[in-house]
Design a binder for this molecule. Structure first.
Ligand code: PFF
Length: 471
């Protein structure tokens, strides 16, 4: 056994932990999902609801995961069993789900890497041509090569360990990511374009106004309810809660660290990047397409944005290159957290060293990634999915199925199990005492107990119903 397994791995301090956890939270969800959800759901209204939910339910679920990890000192696989033997199964689920997410998240990481390389090698214009993305996916080799490179980078950082790999990498990447995203947002907001046919000039400021100002046009109670549910699903996914990840990272946090302050900082990072991502995309989309709704799903990053960069001319090629570097960083730190959760679980399960497990994980995820890539060419299998989750309104590829199963079925189930375990079996005080460790004061105790016992379980049950597509 190497030193890593003998000595308990830990982050060196609060900053390292906050940046690593923010690295997990800030990912593709912030960059492509949040902006289009906001554009479709009343702009500023969605943002407002999202922030309110982040400060209440998001705060409670995130601090619960981190506190379970720190209190038990164990990775997700063992932490639930250590807390309560009846809930041991949640440990297994919290390790299987990140495994499945990583299998497809790394493939999307590979696609982004491909676009980044295209922009750096002067092929940016090609990415804007019709059918480019489809042709790339249909190729049986290229997506696999990029996925493997992306996975190798992820595995290398996990192999290096918590302090020398994850923490060190996050400390460099996260501040860089913030600078890049602010730079692109300022660039986007200051664009303007005069339509040669109509002579109308559109400015980025007008796009920003449409993004931020709440839109109540035609609002009904059921539409409002849909916005709240969309914001909730997005929040859980974006914060990486109920996936075992924050439990595993929590097990590396020192007792001196204030959990409340750290959670607020992680949430500020996560929501801040999501809002800035909208500022990057929506004003530019408005200026160059005339609509704030640049499209949804993978089509936004891989189809709509390259066209927007192309419309900007030469400067758009530079903006595109910077944008894809930034997205590669964001996706990489999220992938690292997924792989770390699986590796940490397997290290204890198979009594192997970090280095051995990291190697095996790379090979295993490479094999899964290949199958996911083949889902766009050699494997023609499609599964029916509820209309709002299906890419072509009825069915999904292997990637869509994994995404649907993990985020809309398993995430609510694991959250519900966690709420029942903490709210009703162990009781909220079990977590509160961990938050107050070392004489720290936890002001929001009453709110915490109410949310973990009543509010969050009701919401996740509604989320499960939503996954049936009938809601
Ligand atoms: N939170 C990440 C994002 O917003 O893209 C994605 C993610 C990472 C989700 C890790 C779940 C997870 F376990």
């Amino acid at each position: 056994m190497d030193n890593q397994t003998k000595k308990k791995a830990s982050f060196t301090g609060t900053i390292g932990f906050v940046l690593a956890a923010a690295g997990s939270a800030v990912g593709l969800g912030n960059i492509w999902r949040f902006p289009y959800l906001a554009a479709q759901n009343g702009g500023g209204l969605f943002i407002l609801i999202y922030i309110l939910l982040a400060l209440t339910c998001g705060f409670v679920l995130l601090i619960t995961d981190i506190a379970i990890g720190r209190k038990t000192g164990k990775s997700a696989l063992e932490a639930f069993g250590a807390a309560s033997s009846k809930f041991k199964f949640l440990g297994a689920l919290s390790t299987i789900v990140p495994t499945l997410i990583l299998a497809y998240y790394a493939v999307i990481g590979g696609w982004i890497l491909k676009y980044m390389v295209d922009y750096f090698t002067g092929q940016g214009a090609q990415t804007a041509t019709d059918g480019y993305f489809g042709a790339f996916l249909a190729s049986p080799v290229s997506p696999i090569v990029y996925t493997l490179i992306f996975l190798a980078a992820t595995a290398l950082i996990v192999y290096k360990g918590v302090e020398k790999g994850i923490e060190k990498f996050s400390k460099i990447i996260m501040p860089g990511l913030i600078l890049l995203i602010i730079g692109i947002a300022v660039f986007s907001v200051t664009r303007s374009y005069t339509d040669p046919v109509t002579g109308v000039t559109r400015t980025g400021f007008e796009g920003m106004y449409q993004y931020f100002v709440p839109n109540f046009d035609g609002m009904t109670v059921s539409h409002f309810f849909k916005i709240v549910m969309d914001a909730m699903c997005q929040l859980f996914y974006s914060l990486s809660v109920a996936m075992g990840i924050m439990i595993t990272y929590g097990s590396y946090v020192k007792k001196e660290t204030s959990l409340t302050k750290s959670v607020i900082q992680i949430e500020a990072f996560d929501s801040g990047v999501a809002i800035l991502a909208g500022l990057m995309i929506i004003p530019a989309a408005f200026v160059f397409t005339g609509s704030v709704d640049a499209g949804a799903g993978p089509g936004l990053i891989f189809v709509a944005l390259p066209k927007i960069f192309e419309a900007m001319g030469v400067v758009g090629h530079i903006a595109g290159a910077v944008f894809f570097v930034m997205v590669v960083f964001a996706a990489l730190t999220s992938c690292i957290s997924l792989m770390e959760t699986v590796v940490a679980g397997c290290m204890t399960l198979f009594k192997k060293s970090r280095k051995q497990v990291s190697w095996i994980a790379f090979v295993a995820f490479a094999a899964m990634g290949v199958v996911v890539c083949f889902g766009y060419n050699l494997i023609t299998f499609r599964m029916p999915l509820p209309p709002s989750f299906a890419v072509d309104a009825t069915t999904g590829t292997i990637l869509d199925i994994l995404d649907f199963f993990c985020n809309y079925i398993m995430l609510p189930i694991i959250s519900l199990g966690t709420c029942i375990m903490i709210g009703w079996v162990k009781k909220p005080q079990w977590i509160i005492s961990e938050i107050e460790e070392g004489g720290k004061h936890f002001k929001a105790k009453a709110m915490y107990s109410i949310i973990i016992r009543y509010v969050a379980p009701v919401i996740v049950i509604i989320m499960l119903f939503k996954a049936t597509g009938k809601f």
